[in-house]
Write a protein that binds this ligand. Structure first.
Ligand code: ATP
Length: 216
């Protein structure tokens, strides 16, 4: 079982802690605010009130033995988020994921030792905008120079198999999986027939994925 610590139990931090817990991970949740600690307690293995900018506290909590620490401190305490990240690095945490509120904050977090920096507001804004512009692209992540996306199967593909739809040659996207209701068909055979309501998990350039999505 993976061991995680989540520091900062605002709306974002508690969501991370809760979902880690639901996925069976062992979670230590930390905040300076006792009310937030009490609220988190039923959702995690251990919830503690502590100031994460206190070096001694971090050492006592033995964060170095965790697989990952998430610094979810947000906009009201950018200084605390930087200090906590630096201290977590110093005490030997193997993987630090830190939340940034902007580009400069992100660069500083990386400089002091964050292995991964996320900006949930920026990420959600980007995703929402993409979904509003192209509603049939349900989900989209960058993958090297390409995109991995979930696209509603266009009506014109229904009843055809993957070869018949000619999706690879004509639109230059590869179908990695088909989601059909609850079922996921990974590595679908070329003879797999596309059905109404299917969601295609595809890889290709943004432009080619948009062309497929615009058919829907
Ligand atoms: P959200 O958007 O997630 O609600 P926010 O942007 O309002 O968060 P903050 O309130 O700055 O973010 O930080 C989130 C939490 O981090 C708060 O509950 C705060 O008490 C906690 N926090 C701030 N500094 C520390 C610290 N030094 N040690 C532990 N917790 C801290």
């Amino acid at each position: 079982m993976s061991e995680f610590a989540v520091i900062g139990l605002g709306r974002f931090g508690i969501s991370v802690a809760r979902h880690l817990g639901r996925q069976g991970a062992s979670v230590l949740a930390i905040d300076m605010d006792q009310d937030l600690v009490d609220a988190a307690a039923p959702e995690v293995d251990l919830a503690l009130r502590a100031d994460a900018t206190d070096e001694r506290t971090l050492e006592e909590l033995q964060l170095a033995s965790m697989s990952c620490v998430v610094v979810a401190i947000g906009a009201h305490s950018i200084e605390a988020s930087i200090l906590t990240t630096a201290l977590a690095k110093q005490v030997g945490v193997p993987r630090i994921v830190a939340r940034a509120m902007g580009d400069l904050h992100a660069r500083v977090l990386r400089a002091v030792g964050a292995d991964e920096v996320i900006n949930p507001e920026e990420e959600m804004g980007r995703r929402l905008a993409a979904r509003l512009v192209e509603p049939s692209i349900l989900e989209q992540v960058e993958l090297g120079g390409s995109q991995l996306a979930e696209v509603e199967a266009p009506e014109s593909f229904v009843g055809k198999d993957l070869v018949g739809s000619d999706i690879r040659n004509r639109y230059r996207v590869s179908v990695m999986a088909i989601q059909r209701g609850e079922e996921v068909i990974a590595n679908p055979r070329p003879t797999e027939v596309i059905q109404t309501g299917d969601v295609l998990v595809v890889v290709g350039s943004l432009e080619s994925i948009r062309r497929v999505a615009s058919l829907a």
